[in-house]
Design a binder for this molecule. Sequence first.
Ligand SMILES: NC(=O)c1ccc[n+]([C@@H]2O[C@H](COP(=O)([O-])OP(=O)(O)OC[C@H]3O[C@@H](n4cnc5c(N)ncnc54)[C@H](O)[C@@H]3O)[C@@H](O)[C@H]2O)c1
Length: 255
Amino acid sequence: MTVMDTFDLTGKVALVTGGSRGIGRAIAQALGEAGAAVAVTARTEDAAEQAAVELRGAGIRSFGIALEVSDAADVERAVIAVSEQFGEIDVLVNNAGISIGGAALEVDDQVWRDVMATNLDGVWFCSRAVARRMSTRGGGTIVNIGSMSAEIVNQPRWQISYLTSKAAVHQLTKGLAAEWAPLGIRVNAIAPGYIHTDMSPVYEPQYKPWCVDPAPMKRAGEPHELGPAVVFLASAASSFMTGSIVTIDGGFTLH
Ligand SMILES: NC(=O)c1ccc[n+]([C@@H]2O[C@H](COP(=O)([O-])OP(=O)(O)OC[C@H]3O[C@@H](n4cnc5c(N)ncnc54)[C@H](O)[C@@H]3O)[C@@H](O)[C@H]2O)c1
């Protein structure tokens, strides 16, 4: 086996939550190009199916399914549906996430709860549902999409719930990695910096001086620049890694 063979995901089934657009869509594409069959979820059936159609157009076996990650019962339903109708899941990418801004003293309780429910509960529910099945099959890999916001405080847009949720995702990654290592399940995360998506309009005039100019590389990342690292963490190329948080931020957190 050559070193490039270790990145090969041929014969594997991946599930990418929030895979219909932005970072998740790019990750789905990357996993598919590495050989995996890819199930993508979105909050609506139409959005999930649209992404699956595009992936199939690129020659990737794909399956689209609606999923609300903050609902434990819906997660169980979707994981069973993917496993039974598409294939048992070897790779889970917990990507679905939201960010809602607002000053801490003004932010609504519902905003706090919604952000925690999607960004933290969602990762937990999906990981647990998939790991139960992985554990009976000798293991698998889980890649969580954390954030550099687990370590730094984004400005000028305050978002206390988002920062807190992503810090929790990093620690959840480490805790599950330790607990599930004996089951053959590796759990790692990436911590992206500013990536140019709907969630992150970083080139708009009010954000650029804060989000782009301080970065040593003087630009934001593009979603496709995260795909290779996720393929690495999903595949045998990272066989001795678990509980790691891989920062991909153009150097933003260096100072
Ligand atoms: N864009 C950035 O700068 C950046 C930086 C670091 C981390 N991230 C993280 O990357 C991930 C993707 O972000 P993005 O920028 O592509 O965002 P996006 O808004 O473009 O896409 C988010 C995806 O998550 C799905 N989603 C949201 N809430 C959901 C829910 N409750 N149940 C199911 N699906 C849900 C949406 O349908 C969509 O497909 C998020 O976890 C985000 O926190 C983004």
